[in-house]
Write a protein that binds this ligand. Structure first.
Ligand code: TRP
Length: 463
């Protein structure tokens, strides 16, 4: 029997789902993570591979994830278990849900810390702290923040409380307004910044950095990082989009909604890059400056431009909002599971999930001060010695984005593409055009899983 809704409720319209899913996708991943990872990996070639991953792996898997969620109508753990049972498959498929929930905790733990940086920058911008700063000045300002664990803990705690508050009341409340007004505002701010970068920055150099590929620099790791970024930015592979799909009405078109979300997300990331790299080159900063990249480039722009005080405050406020609408989706799968299987009420479930992630986040906070020395070991593979490890933040980020999310995505592609009855899949997708369904189905069965596997093998130098 088809389930028409979940016990957690339903989006009031298809538009709300698109807004919620866009809210989940667009976040720190686009504005903070994309530019810094692209910057560390040489730009152009990375960006091109990232775009290919979005299209060939991300979009088809997003459609599969939404279809699974809508068919199962429960938390990802129970959805996977129920669908496996219905399709006569092994119970072990439920582990996909567990993998996702685990990844969600780890991502949320550091996501909240970085969102805390953004919160702190709202107040710095508003107090005029950026005025007249040069490259050295902005770097010092940033260092001053991240080397102070107590301050980071306070911001991290505040942001986590903001998440618990929303998730406790149900992700629908407030989300509609937040996304409908604030997302366009964020886009507007980014356009202003791109405009600034065009006139004041080294725009052509920044543009070339982002779009002129130099494949000689590409290693297996570059490709893995590009794929990891594609999963991260689209919120794929951990059940966030699956659970949002479980609140979607049976009539909405999965393809159209996915295409909208993917386009909006990609546009925001590319605009962020176009705003940031011209400023990097004009001010003699390094594109490979790491996780602090936007926090040292954008304040220079705001410190200099007319209206920078207002624009800067607004920008970081919007960044916090974007992060907020993303991080609630990281909590939702675990919270829904606690409600379904442990009978907790939402507020308590939200507090437990937020509390655990909050605690784990301390590891990230200290990764920038007390525990900033990388830990790990040297591995010799094919005559090449390489260091495996990093700070707790590095490891949390690498493990989730580059391994757990693609692995989750791979399993979802295999489940929907190879194990589920084709008729069930066709029914759920409800694509009117057969040709179109076939195209998607083929990409999901072949291109996406083979792509992920090849990238995994390449990353460990096996091919
Ligand atoms: N996509 C969000 C961003 O780009 C982060 C995010 C939210 C996420 N939910 C997720 C990442 C689920 C991976 C999985 O900022």
């Amino acid at each position: 029997m088809r389930r028409e809704s979940s016990i957690h409720g339903q989006w009031s319209s298809k538009l709300v789902f698109v807004l919620a899913a866009t809210g989940s996708a667009v976040g720190l991943g686009n504005i903070w993570r994309f530019p810094y990872i692209a910057g560390e990996n040489g730009g152009g070639a990375f960006v091109l591979i990232y775009l290919a991953c979005i299209l060939l792996i991300g979009l088809p898997i997003m459609m599969a994830e939404i279809a699974l969620g809508r068919r199962g109508r429960q938390s990802p753990i129970n959805t996977m278990a129920t669908l496996a049972r219905e399709e006569g498959l092994h119970r072990a498929w439920g582990l996909v849900g567990w993998l996702g929930v685990t990844a969600g905790f780890i991502i949320l733990s550091y996501y909240s810390v970085i969102a805390g940086w953004s919160l702190s920058y709202v107040f710095r911008a508003a107090s005029g702290a950026f005025a007249g700063l040069d490259g050295e000045g902005v770097k010092n300002l940033f260092e001053g923040l991240v080397s102070d664990p107590e301050r980071l803990l306070a911001w991290h705690t505040l942001f986590m409380l903001m998440n618990i508050l929303v998730v406790a009341r149900g992700v629908r409340s407030g989300l509609e307004k937040a996304v409908k007004f604030l997302m366009p505002a964020l886009l507007g701010m980014l356009l202003i910044l791109v405009g600034y970068a065009m006139t004041q920055g080294h725009f052509m150099q920044g543009f070339a950095f982002m779009f002129r590929p130099d494949f000689s620099q590409v290693t297996g790791d570059t490709i893995l990082l590009a794929m990891g970024q594609a999963f991260f930015t689209l919120s794929l592979g951990m059940g966030a989009i699956m659970i949002y799909g479980s609140y979607l009405s049976s009539r909405a078109s999965i393809f159209k909604t996915s295409a909208t979300v993917v386009s909006a997300d990609t546009a925001v990331a590319l605009l962020a890059g176009l705003a940031i790299f011209p400023i990097v080159f004009a001010s003699g900063l390094e594109p490979g400056a790491g996780p602090g990249l936007i926090f040292i480039t954008l304040p220079m722009a705001f410190g200099e431009m007319t209206g920078g005080l207002l624009f800067g405050t607004l920008f970081f406020l919007l960044l916090v909002t974007a992060a907020w609408t993303s991080s609630i989706s990281l909590m939702e799968p675990a919270v829904a599971w606690l409600v379904e299987n442990r009978g907790l009420d939402r507020p308590l479930a939200a507090m437990i999930v937020g509390g655990i992630a909050w605690f784990l986040g301390i590891g990230t906070i200290l990764s920038f001060s007390l525990w900033s020395n990388p830990i790990g070991f040297n591995l010799t593979l094919g005559g090449e010695s390489l260091f495996i490890g990093g700070t707790l933040f590095d490891m949390a980020d690498y493990l989730t984005s580059n391994i757990m999310l693609p692995l989750g995505g791979l399993l979802i592609a295999l489940f929907v593409g190879w194990r589920m009855n084709r008729r069930s899949v066709e029914e759920e997708l409800g694509l009117r055009s057969r040709v179109f369904f076939k195209a998607w189905y083929h990409v999901l069965r072949f291109a996406a899983p083979i792509g992920i596997l090849l990238i995994f093998l390449k990353a460990v130098n096996l091919i």
